[in-house]
Design a protein around this ligand. Sequence first.
Ligand SMILES: Nc1ncnc2c1ncn2[C@@H]1O[C@H](COP(=O)(O)OP(=O)(O)OP(=O)(O)O)[C@@H](O)[C@H]1O
Length: 254
Amino acid sequence: MLQVKNMSFSMLDKQILNHITFSIEQGKFVGIIGPNGSGKSTMLKIIYRHLKQTSGAVTLYEKDIHLIPKKKLAQEIAVVSQETPVLFEFTVKDIVMMGRTPYKKWLANENKEDFAIVEESMRLANVLYLENRPFSQLSGGEKKRVMLARALAQQANILILDEPTNHLDIEHQYQLMDLVKDLPITIVAALHDLNLAAAYCNEILVMKEGSLYMKGTPEQVLTEETLKHVFHVQAGVSKNPFTKKLHLFFYTHY
Ligand SMILES: Nc1ncnc2c1ncn2[C@@H]1O[C@H](COP(=O)(O)OP(=O)(O)OP(=O)(O)O)[C@@H](O)[C@H]1O
């Protein structure tokens, strides 16, 4: 459904992404991993049309995303980015209601359905108790969950998450991952926590120095060799005794 075709990106004469090609099937949970500066956020920004590639293309259902009207694209792709916006005067409920914008005609009021969707989105993201609080006064993790609620209210078919667990305590990390995993939509998430990637992703893309180094299942990708080559760490690969999912242990000296 979503295809990235020979995509390159450069900025100020610096080559940031090099000839990246992959496709993502509907309903999959796809993780993007890679060291700092390897190009994960830049690639996601191009996919959600915040930046434009220098060459190559991104297509959704075979259509170039730059040919899809903005509102229509927002009905297809929702984003929780790394940056939280500076939105001084808005309450949490106001912000989550912004997720309904792609469905509204110019200056149209919110209807009953919008209010119901917003309430359900806040409940799912565990921010309903914050609904009347000013967004600007929330903690980093609370803001992150509000941005997730806004993305859920958008009811898109693809949810892009750029380091979604950043700022979240351990309970909320797992709560978020469980929540998005159970959504009947496609998830594309840049993740630094490789054990979360191992536990939740159907497929993982590994970025290295602006190129797609590897793509595969957690078992294919998260090997001692890849982790050493890409992240320069020693890793032991084992199984989580409770979930039976792949689990990694890291060490430098022992
Ligand atoms: N606006 C910009 N101007 C110049 N260089 C940029 C800009 N944005 C990103 N870069 C560079 O592009 C490269 C990729 O950055 P990007 O943020 O995509 O990496 P990342 O893999 O998401 O990193 P991290 O794990 O640290 O979030 C980095 O070298 C970064 O310095």
